[in-house]
Design a protein around this ligand. Sequence first.
Ligand SMILES: [Zn+2]
Length: 249
Amino acid sequence: MRLRVLGSNGTYPTPGQPCSGYLVEAGGTRIMLDAGPGTVAAWQEADPAGHLDALVVTHAHPDHCSDVFHLFNLLRFGPNSRSGLPALAPDGVAAALAAFLGVGEDHAFHRVFAWRTVAPGDSVQVGEAALAFAATQHQLPTLGVSVSVPGRRLVYSADTGPGGGLPALAAGADLLLCEATLQGEGADGGWPYHLSAAQAGTLAREAGVGRLLLTHLAPMLDPARSAAEAAATFGGPVQWAAPGMEVEV
Ligand SMILES: [Zn+2]
């Protein structure tokens, strides 16, 4: 299994750094996790042929889903047009996106994407990949995602505070792609809906994951400092999920 980082900025994009979006290649199956601003262009760069088997939208915050609109237009009008792309999201996300477009159930938005509501505890097979979902601690319904193939498993935190279902979902994962929005002393108590780098490291240690990739850093932060803070509490290998990075899981 392979993970490609399309973008990893938290909150807003900066030049050359899209927001959250990741391409998972599980055998011959390709799944896009989140579609933050800038990620659809990065996905086209990564795969000009546009092979995609499913989209997962973890929650309705724009830094995780605003490029759904551009993916819709690309799939509808672009060179590799198609319909029926499975799109998995928490309850209400598809309706919220459709409402922004002002379209009803009969619109192409509901044909280009085959929307499917997923809930905490659900398991979904997409091609060669087994997906599982858990509710995270965030301001609105948000799902952490586990993607596994026989013998290997990665878990993506989406956005989360230190509680919720992520710690259990992450237990024993080979790779944890974990948000680390905050940094530095005092960050741990500052915001219940996001993690500091140190908290991400603690979560990774307690979950017994093999490797930690930090993502969703607030754009002004120094990624090297976040990686050092997470390494101090994790005790295992830590990297920042730089845009364009590819890792074998
Ligand atoms: Zn969020």
